[in-house]
Design a protein around this ligand. Structure first.
Ligand code: FAD
Length: 495
């Protein structure tokens, strides 16, 4: 009999898991999704200019090669359309429960099963298990797969006076499309990858734009290109061409971008490329100085964009580096004075180190996952956690990349979990051994030593204590190798 599987989340991760289950003929799964639709990141981030910065021929499923991308880096609607198409063509919809938030999952030792509790969510993807949703009956599953993503819960800074602002204020991942920004004074707090994508669009219509920058980011050009009908037809008709293009993108990430993050041969090359880009696009030396980062390239997420700097040089756009002291009804007050605004957009990123929060996950012995992870989230291969039998994570701790496609990592994890299913079906709930976890932790720590993320910078890759909990320190190919097949000796089985 097939195990009953609960999948939490219907983004790239949850959909990939469900597709592989379908392909294996296993239909005893349910996807719980707190939002009103599938797509995860690509459902939530609808800000103007939203798009990927890893080319979509690579940033897509290897088994569902889509040849019709209209450009190298398509926008959010196209990526969301691709994911919706996947949900349809693999027949996943009947097993997806939208507007349903998982609030807790508890492992019952007597039965060896998980009790999953859900609540009806309001569909904006922000249910956050605060108990306002209508509670549903508990459901019982053999396996729980978390596919909740790392960049799912918006982070709002704690600036005094935020609630006093008289105008509209929203986070970039919850863009308020009812606000027409034409002719208005807009304050953007933050200057990371999302801001870089929407600032040029907003600058075109706003009366004035202030971009509040705490730390300058490294910016490299985005070599975007439109795929015209002929190119698309060629990619469509010639699978070998499509495969070669994807392979080239993958190898470029592995052989050129990865070494730039690992103190390798290309670190100086990419740094010089970024500085040339800055010099070419920002003629004013004073502004250029403010936009020059004071830490090594790659320590924080590198912004990949060709339109951000030109937008920052517009006469109606200011880069404000004076520290913010408070938000007031009229706008943003800094140490240098008031910057008036009609609208504030928080481009302040996500709560990245709180993996699986706020879902209450309880493992063997009544142990809470949040308690287990007090010092920082960690998981064997980023997938399994001691004391939490038959719980598997997608895009879990230390599986984020700065140089290649997250979809690649998710596929490795899904293949691994698929490989676990026969084992747990035959030998009962499987739980990773603490010794395997300890060996994994040591190898991660060793590899982390050479990565640029350790350099002195604050970033979303680290938790509050400064430990890198998000990123994978190896190449994507190494991750594929280590997740090739489950090693039964790394696990304890109930039978
Ligand atoms: P998500 O897409 O975040 O999906 C998680 C899903 O889980 C969501 O639908 C959420 O509503 C649901 N969920 C969460 N909690 C619960 C709950 N308790 N109950 C039920 N449902 C729940 N990566 C790249 O590799 N290349 C890129 O170019 C790239 N661009 C990006 C651009 C932006 C603006 C952002 C924000 C991220 C980008 N990323 C990129 C990272 C991106 O998040 C991942 O590539 C990928 O989309 C992660 O998929 P996921 O399914 O793991 O998570």
């Amino acid at each position: 009999m097939s195990p009953r599987i609960a999948i939490i989340g219907a983004g790239f991760g949850g959909l990939c898991m469900a597709i592989q289950l379908e392909r294996a003929g296993i239909r005893s799964y349910t996807i719980f999704e707190k939002g009103a639709g599938v797509g995860g990141t690509w459902r939530d981030n609808t800000y103007p200019g939203a798009g990927c910065d890893i080319p979509s021929h690579l940033y897509s499923f290897s088994f569902e090669r889509y040849s019709s991308w209209t450009r190298r880096y398509p926008g959010q609607p196209e990526i969301l359309g691709y994911l919706e198409g996947c949900a349809d063509s693999y027949g996943l919809r009947p097993r997806i429960r939208l507007n349903t938030e998982v609030v807790s999952a508890a492992f019952d030792e007597a039965s060896g099963r998980w009790r999953v509790r859900t609540a009806s969510a309001n569909g904006d993807g922000d249910g956050d298990a605060n108990g306002d949703g209508e509670k549903n009956e508990d459901e019982v599953f053999d396996v729980v797969v978390s596919a909740m993503g790392q960049l799912n819960r918006p982070y709002l800074p704690d600036i005094p006076g935020m609630s006093s602002f008289a105008g509209a204020a929203f986070h970039s991942a919850r863009w308020d499309h009812s606000q027409d920004l034409t002719g208005r004074r807009v304050a953007v707090i933050g200057n990371g990858s999302s801001a870089a994508q929407f600032v040029p669009k907003v600058a075109e219509v706003a009366a004035h734009l202030d971009v509040f920058q705490r730390t300058a980011n490294w910016v490299v050009p985005k070599p975007d290109a439109v795929f015209g009908p002929r190119m698309r037809a060629a990619l469509h008709r010639m699978p070998l061409l499509r495969r070669a293009y994807r392979e080239w993108l993958y190898r470029y990430g592995e052989n050129t971008l990865y070494p730039a993050l690992a103190g390798g041969w290309s670190a100086d090359l990419v740094r010089r490329r970024a500085l040339e880009h800055l010099h070419a696009q920002v003629p004013d030396p004073e502004l250029r100085a403010r936009l020059t980062p004071g830490y090594p390239l790659g320590c924080k997420r590198v912004v990949i964009d060709s339109g951000f700097y030109p937008a920052l040089t517009r006469p109606d756009v200011d880069v404000v580096t004076d520290p913010i002291t408070r938000i007031v009804p009229e706008g943003v007050r800094t140490v240098a004075g008031l910057r008036e605004a009609d609208v504030i957009v928080y481009a302040t990123g996500f709560r990245t180190s709180e993996f699986l929060a706020p879902v209450r996950i309880t493992g063997r012995g009544g142990r809470g996952l949040a308690e287990e992870w007090r010092e920082g989230a960690e998981a064997y291969l980023g997938i399994a956690v001691p004391r939490f039998p038959n719980l598997f994570l997608l895009y879990g701790p230390n599986t984020n990349l700065g140089h290649n496609s997250i979809v690649f990592m998710i596929e490795c994890q899904v293949r691994y979990i698929m490989g676990c299913l026969p084992h747990l079906a035959a030998r009962g709930p499987m739980e990773v051994r603490p010794e395997a976890m300890a060996t994994w932790r040591r190898s991660l720590e060793r590899a982390m030593g050479r990565m640029v993320w350790q350099a002195g910078c604050a970033s979303w890759y680290k938790n509050e204590a400064g430990r890198v909990t998000n990123n994978w320190p190896g190449t994507a190919s190494l991750y594929r190798r280590v997740t090739g097949a489950p090693r039964p000796d790394a696990f304890h089985f109930a039978r």
